[in-house]
Structures are given as structure tokens and as C-alpha cells.
Design a protein around this ligand. Structure first.
Ligand SMILES: [Zn+2]
Length: 391
């Protein structure tokens, strides 16, 4: 277990008691209530110029079916395809608006939130540690890229002190965090490389060194996350940034290592009375019935216990860059595609025209209807291109 804040050897020798501070002399519950009012409930950690920075998370829903890219469109007089396209390209995925805040495109909000946290942190050393402990225990930390995760997970003795504060913010917060959200919108090629490495490692009798350096880093990150002794909630949101279906990724290969590492860790935790239970949730795009197979994907009946795998409708609008660097938006929906047809939702649940005012099909009903068509061998895309649907 990480040392209790009062046991950290950096503290006592160099820290003023601050007995005259009314805030720091107040009971812990009062101090925490005050911090809770000032610090946002979710924060982002990201790298900027080699340093970990903090920013506010606007808390997009990471699992609903409403974030397909249309919500990023700019309507009205300021309508701009290029700006919409840039938003769709964000590597922060559903946190695209948080990225704008972090990169100070929304300067007022960014400065407001950032200053509140930093002003509080740097009042004095005692408050710094008090606030760090509060953030570790109560706030959700969001990370949206592997480089940041790698820096956060480096051990203290590996850190380059030249790049960090003498009193490093993240050395004080990260080892004790309890809730971590990892949101990764990675290049499709990254998942392809993981698949290839997994085959090599498997052929070498699960010798991890048979994989590439990227594979070793990937495996190392998840192992390091498992070393966060107080972590009790880990949410992993994954996607690739290509317009092709998510299901072209062979989940069972590409995600084999992360699942194996987390499963082994959970098994070890279950035997340790002192260690807290950790909830692990994967949030992945819906599988395409034409591509996904039980031997390559975590289809409903083959999801690996004890993990929870949630499925969501994937981003359907993408940024496309022309030869001259001009940006435009293209629409390329993954399964299900019928739910975007307004007329379709006017059909009843048997696919018949809705003549009697019965409720429209729900999203789930449309999805099941389309799934059945694909499973029967119907190419739904071709049907829709032809402008008609056969029932
Ligand atoms: Zn966010």
C-alpha cells in the first residue's frame, strides 16, 4: 500500500505546520466539502511540453448511443465543415470538447477551472498534500493517450526531475488514485500491430520479448496500472480512428494481452484480503454481424468473465483530408446502419409500415431487425444503396 500521507518522508521535515490557517485547522470533513465545491469531479491529465498538466473534464457520457459525431457539428451562421471535421479528428474521442478546453480554445473556462485547482494546490505544502489526497480518493482521472499514461505510471526514480515540479503533482496524486478512465482512440495500424505481435508471442510460448517494442510498452502499461494499489474502478474506452468498421479489429487477438494481465491481477487480488476489489469495464463499439465471429471477437456469448463489456454505437462521421490539406466530413456508419433512416423508425416491429399509430421501433428493435438480415446473408448496405428494403 502507498504510505499514508502523514508517513511520507518528504513532508514533515520541510513543512510548516500552518496552525494559524483556519482552513487547514478545520476538521477533514469540512476541508473536503470545501475542496469538493472547488475542484471538478472529473479531471484530465495530459502531456504538454513534456509536463503533466491538469484540466477539467466536461464528463461526456462514454457509453451512450448519441455520440456519433453529429453532436460536434456547428450549426447556424458559424457553420464550418473544416471546424466540424477537426472536431471529428480529435484523438480525445468523446472528450473532444475537453480537449478544446485543455488546449485553451475555450480560454475562459480553461483558465477558470485550471486556476481554481492550481491556486488551491500551491497555497502551501500542507495544502498541496491535503488536496492531492482528496483528488486521489474522490475524483475520476481521465487519460486519453498512451504517452501520458506512460509518464504517469513511471516510477518516481525513473522520472526526470528536470521536467517535474520539486513537489511533483502527479507523484503525489497518481499512486493513490482510486478511479481511472482510459479513453483511447488509436490508429487502426496500432491494433493491427498488436494482433501480429500477439501471434508472435503465442508462437514463442508466451515469451513477451518475441513482440515489438510497442507491444512491450502496451503490456507494461497495463501491468503498471495493476500496481496502483488503491485503484478500484478502471474504465477502458477503446476505438480506432479509421472509417472502416471497428469489427475489422480482431478483439481476441488485439486485446488478448490487456485482458490476460488484468484477469491475472484480479485473480491475485481476490486472494488478498488487504486489497480492494477493482471494477473493470470495457466500452467497445458494437460488433458488425457480417464481420465479427466468436473465435475472433467477444460476441455476447463469449465475453470473458469477470469483465463487463459494454457496446456503443460508434462515431459515424469522420474527417477526411483532401490533397490540398482541405478538411471535409464524410459519413460512414458502422452497424447498425438502419437506425439513421427516419422512415425506418416509422415501421412497426415486424418491419411493416406503421399505419395504426403504434409506437415506432426502438433503436434496439431496429438493431435486432438489421442483425437478423445480416445473419440471413442479406447485404443491408447494398439494399439501402438500392433504395429499398425487402421484408
Ligand atoms: Zn473529458
Amino acid at each position: 500500500m502507498p504510505p499514508h500521507p502523514d508517513q511520507r518522508d518528504i513532508t514533515d521535515a520541510h513543512m510548516h505546520s500552518q496552525r494559524e490557517s483556519k482552513l487547514l485547522s478545520a476538521p477533514a470533513e469540512i476541508r473536503r466539502a470545501i475542496y469538493a465545491n472547488i475542484i471538478p469531479s472529473q479531471i484530465h491529465a495530459f502531456l504538454s511540453q513534456g509536463r503533466i498538466q491538469l484540466s477539467v473534464c466536461l464528463q461526456p457520457n462514454l457509453g451512450d448511443d448519441c455520440h456519433d459525431g453529429r453532436e460536434r457539428e456547428i450549426r447556424g451562421e458559424e457553420s464550418s465543415q473544416a471546424k466540424w471535421a477537426r472536431r471529428l479528428r480529435s484523438s480525445w474521442g468523446p472528450h473532444w470538447e475537453c480537449e478544446q478546453v485543455a488546449l485553451a480554445e475555450n480560454i475562459d473556462l480553461h483558465e477558470h477551472c485550471r486556476n481554481h485547482i492550481y491556486n488551491l494546490l500551491f497555497v502551501c505544502k500542507k495544502m498541496f498534500l491535503d488536496v492531492c489526497d482528496f483528488v486521489s480518493e474522490n475524483k475520476v482521472t481521465n487519460v486519453t493517450d498512451l504517452d501520458t499514461l506512460q509518464v504517469l505510471l513511471q516510477k518516481t526514480d525513473e522520472l526526470d526531475n528536470g521536467l517535474n515540479y520539486p513537489w511533483s503533482l502527479w507523484e503525489s496524486i497518481f499512486p493513490g488514485i482510486q478511479k481511472l478512465n482510459v479513453t483511447l482512440r488509436l490508429p487502426l495500424a496500432f491494433y493491427r500491430a498488436l494482433e501480429e505481435d500477439e501471434v508472435l508471442v503465442s508462437e514463442a510460448g508466451h515469451d513477451l520479448s518475441a513482440g515489438s517494442a510497442t507491444y512491450a510498452t502496451w503490456a507494461g502499461l497495463w501491468s503498471a496500472i495493476c500496481q496502483l494499489q488503491r485503484l478500484r474502478s478502471l474504465h477502458i474506452w477503446l476505438d480506432h480512428d479509421d472509417k472502416s468498421s471497428w469489427s475489422v479489429v480482431k478483439e481476441r487477438l488485439a486485446l488478448h494481452r490487456v485482458i490476460a494481465i488484468l484477469a491475472a491481477h484480479m485473480q491475485a487480488r481476490s486472494g488478498e484480503e488487504n486489497l480492494m476489489h477493482m471494477d473493470i469495464t470495457f466500452n467497445l463499439p458494437k460488433l458488425h454481424p457480417r464481420i465479427a465471429r466468436p473465435d475472433t471477437h467477444f460476441v455476447q456469448e463469449s465475453a470473458p468473465p469477470p469483465f463487463i463489456i459494454e457496446r456503443r454505437i460508434r462515431q459515424r462521421n469522420f474527417c477526411e483530408e483532401g490533397p490540398g490539406g482541405n478538411l471535409s466530413v464524410i459519413y460512414n456508419p458502422d452497424f447498425p446502419i438502419m437506425c439513421d433512416l427516419p422512415d425506418f423508425l416509422d415501421l412497426d416491429i415486424n418491419g411493416e409500415p406503421n399505419m395504426n399509430g403504434e409506437p415506432r421501433m426502438t433503436l434496439l428493435e431496429v438493431e435486432e431487425f438489421e442483425r437478423k438480415l445480416w445473419e440471413e446473408g442479406t447485404d443491408v448496405e447494398q439494399l439501402l444503396l438500392g433504395g429499398y428494403v425487402c421484408f
